[in-house]
Ligand binder design. Structure first.
Ligand SMILES: Cc1cc2nc3c(=O)[nH]c(=O)nc-3n(C[C@H](O)[C@H](O)[C@H](O)COP(=O)(O)O)c2cc1C
Length: 163
């Protein structure tokens, strides 16, 4: 059975809900082993032992959140040239943009020679004021459904050998 490793970070809870929905979708597809780890817990060995990756993080100050970037910084060279060609997908939780975080992760994953097998999914919480930005987030049902479908598609493609 193939293993899908989900690596994520959240600051105000939005990304966590997106990840939970993606995992629910992936579980419904059955045939894939799921491992889910918060970015600070991930070690290079976790990447080596997985077959595919779902990276999920908030955008902060126009780029990837710091703890997610720290995960990539810690693990980049230890696994370089050992995970070439493996499939991945991205999810980003953002107030209004998100493309900085997407581009940053895509560049890192290109360096790893990973293959992006689904379009990056960016969910907007529409938080604009400092108060709203710092408040706990609630992702709406339609967006959670999109995350669920993304998880399901990844798991289905992985177990069917499409990727
Ligand atoms: C310090 C900080 C910086 C942020 N910078 C951006 C930004 O550059 N672009 C954007 O679209 N949203 C930005 N946001 C909003 C977050 O991306 C948004 O609140 C999102 O829901 C965070 O995801 P999370 O709930 O998983 O932490 C920022 C939030 C914080 C706390």
């Amino acid at each position: 059975m193939k293993t899908l490793l989900v690596i994520w970070h959240t600051r105000t809870g939005g990304t966590e809900q997106m990840v939970q929905a993606a995992i629910d979708g992936a579980r419904a597809c059955g045939e894939t082993k799921l491992l889910c780890k918060q970015a600070p817990e991930v070690q290079p060995g976790d990447l080596l032992h997985a077959d595919a990756y779902l990276f999920a993080a908030p955008e902060n100050l126009g780029s990837l959140s710091g703890l997610m970037k720290d995960f990539f910084d810690r693990c980049y060279y230890p696994v370089l040239d050992h995970i070439n060609g493996r499939p991945y997908a991205l999810m980003v939780c953002a107030g209004s943009d998100g493309l900085g975080a997407v581009r940053q992760m895509q560049r890192i994953c290109t360096g790893w020679r990973l293959r992006e097998v689904a379009p990056a999914l960016v969910i907007h919480t529409k938080a604009q004021t400092a108060r709203d930005i710092l408040a706990p987030k609630r992702i709406d049902l339609a967006d959670l459904e999109r995350c669920m479908q993304r998880g399901a598609a990844l798991a289905a493609g992985l177990s069917a050998g499409v990727f």
